[in-house]
Design a protein. Structure first.
Length: 250
């Protein structure tokens, strides 16, 4: 094998390594009542901040419900087991202060200050109005140009106004108790967690106890191999040009 081919092979190996999945740093955002959050004087919004890979991340959580094809503003409560939603058709008693499918489909919307991967959700199920309950959840994600701390103007809009932006979805079946489930999403700055009903035989309701936020960052060794690979390719090209040029003069 010539030196040129050897260099190309090494460079190719470095580039392939750089293209491999990057390591991810996880942060578990605790949403239970013991977590400090600011509601900014609003009843449907709470804000959080945390550090991820040395970057400060801000997020605004808001409560909503889809009722008869329309999005309506709802109350976002912070409880022992996490965040819950009370919509205009509920009074908050008998488990109706959960993220549930009773009298509308409740959901929580997360607006992040930068694109992140919401890789897991942790839920705790609750009975709603005495119905057998589960914790089936729907997770949607997408990107918006609206700043993380700005209102999206959803109140009274058709549900299509939101689903057109959140054009990715994963449904997570769930039973009773506290469950942590993985989400196979892609980095986005807008995430939605809603109660849903997979089998149609019960009312699903849960408190959203936590979300795991991940950020894919290449390790230093990966960066060094990638840079080294490009350097080798460049050196090989320069050497080949030099040899070719010398042969032409001769």
């Amino acid at each position: 094998m010539t030196k040129l081919k050897m260099m190309a092979a090494v460079a190719g190996l470095a580039l392939a390594t750089a293209a491999a999945p990057a390591s991810a740093t996880d942060f578990v955002l605790d949403l239970t009542s013991k977590t400090n959050s600011a509601d900014n004087g609003a009843t449907n919004a709470r804000t959080y901040n945390f550090d991820l890979d040395g970057q400060k991340i801000n997020v605004r959580a808001t409560a909503w419900s889809a009722i008869n094809g329309k999005i309506t503003n709802a109350y976002l409560g912070s409880y022992t087991y996490g965040l819950g939603v009370t919509n205009d058709n509920e009074n908050g008693t008998n488990g109706t202060h959960t993220v549930d499918t009773q009298d509308g489909q409740d959901f929580i919307l997360f607006q992040f200050s930068t694109a992140v991967d919401l890789s897991k959700i942790k839920t705790t199920s609750f009975s709603v109005n005495g119905y057998t309950t589960g914790s089936d959840a729907s997770v949607r994600w997408g990107n918006t140009a609206t700043a993380w701390n700005q209102d999206l103007g959803l109140d009274g809009k058709s549900t299509s106004a939101l689903t057109s932006v959140l054009n990715n979805q994963q449904v997570l079946a769930g039973g009773s108790g506290t469950l942590t489930r993985s989400v196979d999403g892609t980095a986005s700055n807008l995430w939605l967690v809603a109660a849903t009903n997979v089998d149609g035989t019960k009312v699903d309701g849960f408190k959203l106890s936590a979300v795991t936020v991940s950020s894919a960052v290449p390790e230093p060794a990966t960066w060094m191999m990638m840079i080294g690979g490009f350097a080798m390719v460049g050196a090989a090209v320069r050497r080949r040009k030099s040899v070719t040029g010398g042969a032409a003069v001769a």
